[in-house]
Design a binder for this molecule. Structure first.
Ligand code: NI
Length: 169
């Protein structure tokens, strides 16, 4: 089921999410819904707070569903190592219509669990590393807007306020 994606201004997006302790059917449904919602958007990553659930669950597919075997589901993901930097334009389904250039680690090692609660880990670089950083930020109540310059952030916020006033946000 496709769920509505919350946009900037929703309190769930600025709340630190809780660790997942129940690896049950409800969690599997949430993960399935998040994948459907991400592909429909379309996007390459989604975190549970974006659909209003403050649990530490993320889904990523940097192929956008174009290639098999790219689907990633992580419960309780944590970056345990990072290396280098990359600078590139980043956007977010919760901040539609805007993009900003942002520095992220070039490579990350992520540990967490699958939907059964079994440990899993992955080495990611490039766009995938960026996606993990972005989605894990969501779990900590951070949007990419929190990581751009104050000037750029204020500019985007002013534009969003205008959209809100126009009833377009
Ligand atoms: Ni996002």
């Amino acid at each position: 089921m496709i769920r509505p994606i919350l946009t900037y201004g929703a309190s769930e997006l600025e709340t630190k999410s809780s660790p997942i302790t129940q690896f049950d059917g409800q969690l599997k449904t949430l993960a399935q819904d998040m994948l459907e919602t991400m592909y429909a958007a379309p996007g390459i990553g989604l975190a549970a707070p974006q659909v209003g659930v403050n649990l530490r669950l993320i889904v990523i597919d940097i192929s956008g569903g174009e290639r098999k075997g790219h689907q990633i589901i992580f419960a309780n993901p944590e970056i345990t190592e990072q290396e280098g930097t990359q600078k590139s334009e980043e956007g977010c389904l919760s901040v539609p219509r805007f993009m900003a250039v942002l520095e992220r680690p070039g490579r990350v090692h992520v540990v967490g669990q699958d939907l059964e609660g079994h440990p899993q880990e992955i080495d990611a670089e490039g766009l995938l590393a960026r996606a993990f950083c972005h989605e894990i930020d969501h779990l900590d109540g951070l949007l990419y807007l929190n990581r751009v310059s104050a000037l750029k952030r204020d500019l985007i916020k002013i534009k969003i306020r205008k959209l809100v006033r126009a009833g377009e946000w």
